[in-house]
Ligand binder design. Sequence first.
Ligand code: ZN
Length: 215
Amino acid sequence: MRIVLLGAPGSGKGTQAALLKEMYGIPHIATGDILRTEVAEGTELGGKAERYMNEGGLVPDDLILEMVEARVRRPDTRRGWLMDGFPRTLEQAEGLRIMTERIEQRVDAGVILNVDPEVVVRRLSGRRVCESCQAVTNVSEMRAGACPLCGGKLVLRPDDEPQVVRRRIEVFEQQTRPVFEYFREHYDVVDIDASKTVDQVTEALRRGLDRYDHS
Ligand SMILES: [Zn+2]
């Protein structure tokens, strides 16, 4: 089963990806992780990517696609894979479709986590990270204003500042929303209401995705 998980920032994509990975026993492929691994292992692709990053630039799409291809060809993807955080633009979506078809790993379905923009702002601006144990939590789970796990100090990440959140949502609407329509044209799409609780969303994903699990 080859699944691409799509959703706005704050749609709970990362959380659900981790749960789906366990549920179906397939690797979770996130481009950020691939990039870090290639750089850390000092591969040729990693070296190229590092040069762009050191110059403060973005890693170009064709290089990211090469890394994604190398990743989905690893032996642990025999039963499939779950992609998250990619593609973010129409060009990347087109590149991914062409590449996966060329290597005969066509995507089975796109999963769209639909969430109200107001819910996104509330979720992200309520998110805190613990300075001591690095746990990510929400203001609603704080205990006496501190980390519910270790009592450490909770801080707002720069990425979750309200004005940064609004900017991230704008970029998402301009660049990534069109990817959803691209998936609707080219693939099966499973629409999920991601405004619900984590457990409800996981259950909806299970109902939507079981038919693609051929293991
Ligand atoms: Zn803590």
